[in-house]
Design a protein around this ligand. Structure first.
Ligand code: PTT
Ligand code: SF4
Length: 612
């Protein structure tokens, strides 16, 4: 089958067995790869209600048809499982050499089942699969673990690994790879840890089946050069993702002091210009000429890679305006293998809860040393506070009580990204309807909303734009699998992706064919949620309550006195459901499922909630 290896590797850590399975062309065309494969496999194979941190959960690594083949930014891989922080479908996307290696071993996906008796490293070399002891690095951070792996196998191998955060099942632990790459915000690292799986290493040497390998090679190399040229001319990589920080501050969208405020006069101290000035090295994912990873020295002299989300949530959100200090918190998150975004929100939640007297403590916003101490307690699950906060802000708030849910900045349990939507309804909707909990990756509608429409519109055009972006960002780029930055930051045309796809698969697809796949995957994930949350209603798709709170408004600045309004947000959500073909609870209707080829999947969900 051209475009796919047609094979999935299934390993069981309990029985230490591995077997190769094949999938049909129909499966490949219906789900494409990455998120599509992961969502379908998890839906079919996981019994609803299982413990995400138990042996019944499955950890999926999934690539797509162009993943790993030299062409613009194809070094990405999806990691997925039932999420320990949301209880729903969870995944993430990271740059890693494992993309190319696993495909060259002859696999499009890996399914990890069961739980190892002892800390284990899975080693895959073409058709050979080994279950090796990892006791030596259990309890160690990701930097040391990575170095240990490189010392054994050389630097060229593909690696996914976890730190102490994953081992201790911090519910927002991530999977790490390469320098500064991390993925799987909804606790994918914790799922690896629950399986005592410290690392996966892959080394492959087979060709990836392609319909027109010579044509694809030329196309890919030419386009890599073109994207490099566009990047040089645009200057985007000078500040990379952190270029957006100054803009967020200007338009009152920056998270400051646990999202209480939207601007800060000291924000410039951690902006993209300052980050670029402090740059000591630049890193990138495989098959990428844009190389957006900027590293700086942290306050202990260690090299720390910073992106906007990391700076926004570990910086202004904690009222820290010193880059080396932000760098230190970021380095610790990377080494422990903890999500910087949830990590930042959990720390700010705690400081806010203390500030409001909901829980005793001596933490104060701006106190970087104290935040470091707490972060360590979380990663090691040390003491009452470490254990409490390792559960994430929503669970912690429910335990604390005293109205402290008001300080938990999350949707469906997953903490929000660094866009303060006190008065940005479309972006708030994007967080609300993201299929994995609050994440900007699905639909970054904020620039459209602020630059091309009115900020206080709750009209259908915003719901439509959220869906258009979901189809591209949460769809196309997550199942193809490829980094979206050439498109979003440089305007690299979307029409290039069917070209790559057709060259490797021999098919003749257009972009319109892909949008149907995107919609299918979103509906599939909705059914996953329905089975896990049979009482599901539209409230699950609401952003944090504090954005609706008239007592929480800015006193001055561009959005002084403004906040989201419940009735209007609900109307916007209904526009979204109407366009998608979902019912009033946000569940795809039978007609929608039929249109998307999901009738059978719908039957499997029906006993958990009637479909209309
Ligand atoms: C992604 C999320 C992001 S999104 C950031 S910064 W960003 C945070 N990075 C973390 C980190 O670093 N260390 C850490 N311990 N935790 C971290 N958590 C946060 O994780 C990342 C880039 C970025 S930088 C973005 S936007 C784009 N994301 C893409 C995506 O999601 N899909 C896709 N097809 N292409 C993308 N390209 C860009 O990749 P999650 P990476 Mg990450 C230090 O995975 O779970 O989705 O969370 O992938 O290889 O690190 O590249 O301003
Ligand atoms: Fe990785 Fe950045 Fe390149 Fe995307 S642009 S592939 S995130 S280095």
């Amino acid at each position: 089958m051209n475009g796919w290896t047609g094979r999935i590797l299934r390993v069981n850590l309990t029985t230490k067995t591995a077997r190769t399975e094949s999938f049909s062309e129909e499966f490949a065309h219906k789900w494409i790869g990455g998120r599509g494969f992961a969502a379908k496999i998890l839906y079919d194979e996981l019994k609803p209600g299982i413990d995400p941190l138990g042996p019944d959960n499955k950890f999926i690594v999934a690539m797509g048809p162009i993943a790993g083949i030299p062409a613009p930014n194809t070094g990405k891989t999806v990691v997925a499982a039932k999420s320990p922080i949301t209880g729903g479908y969870g995944d993430g996307n990271l740059g890693t050499r494992i993309t190319e290696h696993l495909r060259k071993c002859g696999f499009d996906a890996l399914i990890v089942e069961g739980r190892a008796e002892r800390p284990t490293m899975l080693y895959i070399e073409d058709d050979k699969v080994e279950f090796l002891p990892a006791d030596e690095v259990w309890g160690k951070g990701t930097f040391e673990t990575n170095a240990w792996i490189y010392a054994k196998y050389g630097k060229g191998v593909g690696v996914l690994n976890i730190g102490q955060g994953g081992e201790n099942m911090v519910r927002y632990a991530v999977v790490r790879s390469l320098e500064g790459r991390a993925g799987g915000r909804p606790g994918m690292g914790a799922v690896m840890g629950s399986k005592r799986l410290k690392a996966i290493v892959a080394k492959g040497s087979k060709p990836i089946p392609q319909a027109d390998a010579a044509g694809m090679k030329k196309l890919g190399q030419d386009d890599l050069r073109k994207v490099h040229e566009m990047d040089k001319q645009s200057g985007w990589s000078i500040q990379s993702t952190n270029g957006v920080l100054a803009w967020c501050n200007e338009v009152a969208a920056l998270p400051v002091r646990n999202f209480r405020k939207t601007q800060h006069p000291d924000a410039w101290k951690v902006d993209g210009e300052r980050l670029n000035n402090a740059r000591i090295a630049t890193y990138g994912c495989p098959n990428c000429t844009m190389r957006c990873g900027i590293t700086i020295h942290d306050d202990a002299g260690r090299e720390s890679e910073l992106d906007y989300e990391n700076v926004g949530l570990l910086g202004p959100n904690l009222e820290i305006f010193d880059l080396p200090q932000v760098g230190a918190l970021n380095y610790m998150c990377d080494d422990y293998g903890i999500d910087t975004m949830s990590g930042g929100c959990v720390l700010s939640f705690y400081a806010d809860a203390v500030d409001h007297g909901a829980i005793p403590g001596d933490i104060k916003f701006g106190d970087a040393e104290k935040f470091k101490e707490i972060l360590t307690s979380i990663a090691l699950r040390r003491g009452e506070i470490g254990n409490l906060l390792a559960e994430g802000s929503l669970r912690a708030a429910r335990k604390i009580g005293k109205n402290s849910e008001a300080y938990a900045m999350q949707v469906k349990g997953l903490e929000v990204a660094a866009y303060n939507c006190k008065f940005i309804p479309g972006m708030a909707l994007a967080f609300g309807v993201s299929p994995i909990g609050a994440h900007h990756k699905e639909s970054w509608v904020i620039t459209f909303e602020l630059k091309q429409t009115s900020r206080d519109s709750y009209g259908p055009e915003k719901a439509q734009k959220v869906i258009d972006l979901q189809r591209i960002r949460g769809g196309l780029f997550e199942y193809m699998v490829s980094c979206r930055f050439p498109w979003i930051e440089l305007g690299w045309g979307l029409e290039n992706y069917p070209k790559y796809f057709n060259a490797v698969s021999g098919l003749s697809w257009t972009l319109d064919d892909f949008w149907k796949v995107s919609d299918r995957i979103y509906s599939m994930i909705k059914l996953f949620w329905l089975r896990e949350y049979p009482q599901t209603d539209r409230k699950l798709d609401y952003p944090p309550a504090v954005w609706f709170d008239p007592d929480n408004v800015d006193k001055e600045g561009p959005i002084a006195g403004r906040h989201l309004e419940y009735d209007k947000y609900d109307g916007l959500l209904q526009h979204y459901y109407d366009i998608r073909g979902y019912d009033r609870r946000g569940i795809p209707t039978k007609a929608t499922l039929e249109r998307l080829g999901l009738t059978e999947e719908g039957k499997a969900a029906e006993k958990f909630g009637a479909l209309t």
